[in-house]
Design a protein around this ligand. Structure first.
Ligand code: SF4
Length: 363
C-alpha cells in the first residue's frame, strides 16, 4: 500500500522525473488508481473578478500594471454578475468556481466584504468556492472560512531559488505564511506552479519539495505551462513540450498521491491525445471556460466532448471534502481588524528590472 510521505528530497524527485517514460507513467497511474477514481475529473471555472492594474512584478503575468500587455483595468465584479457566471458554469458541468483578483494582498474594507458576499452566494449554489486574492492574514482567512470558502489558491510558482528571478516585490516566505494562515482554518489549500519560465529541472523539483513537505500536503496542486504573453518579461520563452508537462504531472502525482493534480494553463497548446496522457499520468482536475483570467483556454463544451470520448465523468462538488457552512454577515464572529501586515520586502533585485530602471534614468 503506497503511503503519503512528507520527507521527499530534491534528488529523489529528480530521479522520478527522469525515469523512462513508460515506467514513470505506469508508476504514477498505479498510485493514482489507489487514491482516486481514474475516470473522474474535476471541472473548475476561473473567474477574474478584478482584472489588471496589479502592483506586483510577476514576470509571467499580463495583469501587472508595469507591463504593456493590453490588459484593461477592470473594477471588482458585482455579486450578481458572479452569481450569473457561476450558474452558467454549473449548468455546463463545473463543480468549482475559482475567483481571482489581481491584488498583492487582501485589504479589509468594502471590496473584501463584497468578495465575502460572493463566497456566501456561490456556496449556497452548492458549488465549491475557491479564491485567489493574494496574501492573506489569519483573521481574513477566518472570515473567508466563515463565509463558506472551500479552497484558497496561493501558488508557490517555482523553487525558492528561482522565485527571486521571477518576482522581486515579495518573497517566498510570504507565500508560505499565507498558506499557513489558511491552514489555521478548515479551508483547503490549492498551491502549485508554472513550468516553462526558464527554470531548471532542479527548480521544478525544488517546488515539488516545498509543496510535498508541507504537512498536510495541499489538497489541490495546479501545474501550469507558461502562456508567454507579449509585453511581459517572459514573452520570448519557448512553449513547454508536452513531454515535460506529462513528466511534471506524473512526478507530482507520485510525491503527492492524495492531492487533486490540476492540468491548468497552457491547455490550448495541447492536443487531446496530450491531455489524455496527462490524465493517465495523474491529472484529475482542469479549468474550463474560454479564458483563464486573461489568457485563452478551451471552451467548456469542447472539454465535455473530450471527456465523453475518453469515457470520463465529471466529479461532483464536495466528493473529497464536506461542504462548508455559510455564516451570514450579520451573524459573523469575526470583524475587520483593518490590519496593515508587514509582508516582507525582499532584498533581491531582478536584472531585467534594474536594466529597465537604468534605461529610464538615461532617458
Ligand atoms: S500573478 Fe497575481 S500578484 Fe502577480 S502580477 Fe499577476 S495579478 Fe499581480
Amino acid at each position: 500500500m503506497y503511503k503519503t510521505r512528507h520527507n521527499w528530497t530534491k534528488e529523489e524527485i529528480i530521479a522520478i522525473y527522469k525515469k523512462p517514460l513508460m515506467d514513470l507513467l505506469y508508476e504514477a497511474a498505479t498510485i493514482h488508481r489507489q487514491f482516486h477514481d481514474p475516470n473522474a475529473v474535476q471541472v473548475s471555472t476561473l473567474l477574474s473578478i478584478k482584472t489588471g492594474g496589479c502592483s506586483e512584478d510577476c514576470g509571467y503575468c499580463p495583469q501587472a500594471a508595469r507591463y504593456h500587455t493590453g490588459v484593461e483595468l477592470e473594477e471588482l465584479m458585482t455579486v450578481s454578475h458572479v452569481k450569473a457566471q457561476a450558474l452558467r458554469a454549473k449548468s455546463s458541468g463545473a463543480s468549482r468556481v475559482c475567483m481571482g483578483a489581481a491584488w498583492r494582498n487582501v485589504k479589509d474594507g468594502p471590496e473584501f466584504d463584497q468578495v465575502l458576499e460572493m463566497v456566501r452566494t456561490i456556496n449556497k449554489l452548492d458549488m465549491e468556492v475557491c479564491c485567489t486574492l493574494g496574501m492573506l492574514t489569519e483573521n481574513q482567512a477566518k472570515r473567508l472560512a466563515e463565509a463558506g470558502l472551500y479552497a484558497y489558491n496561493h501558488n508557490l510558482d517555482t523553487s525558492e531559488e528561482y522565485y527571486k528571478k521571477v518576482i522581486s516585490t515579495r518573497g517566498y516566505e510570504d507565500r508560505l505564511q499565507t498558506i499557513e494562515n489558511v491552514r489555521k482554518t478548515n479551508i483547503t489549500v490549492c498551491s502549485g506552479g508554472i513550468i516553462g519560465m526558464g527554470e531548471s529541472l532542479e527548480d521544478r523539483a525544488g517546488m515539488l519539495v516545498a509543496l510535498s513537505t508541507l504537512n498536510p500536503q495541499p489538497e489541490s496542486v495546479p501545474i501550469n505551462a507558461l502562456v508567454a504573453v507579449e509585453g511581459t518579461p517572459m514573452e520570448d520563452q519557448k512553449p513547454v513540450e508536452i513531454w515535460e508537462m506529462i513528466r511534471m504531472i506524473a512526478t507530482t502525482r507520485i510525491v503527492m498521491p492524495e492531492t487533486q493534480v490540476r492540468l491548468s494553463a497552457g491547455r490550448t497548446q495541447m492536443s487531446r491525445e496530450g491531455q489524455a496522457m496527462c490524465f493517465f499520468a495523474g491529472a484529475n482536475s482542469i479549468f474550463a471556460g474560454d479564458k483563464l483570467l486573461t489568457t485563452p483556454n478551451p471552451n467548456i463544451n469542447e472539454d465535455m466532448m473530450m471527456f465523453e470520448m475518453l469515457g470520463m465523468r465529471t466529479q461532483k462538488p464536495f466528493e473529497k471534502h464536506a461542504q462548508p457552512t455559510t455564516t451570514e454577515a450579520e451573524d459573523s464572529k469575526y470583524v475587520a481588524l483593518g490590519e496593515n501586515p508587514k509582508w516582507t520586502r525582499p532584498e533581491h533585485k531582478i536584472e531585467r528590472n534594474e536594466n529597465k530602471r537604468k534605461t529610464k534614468i538615461k532617458e
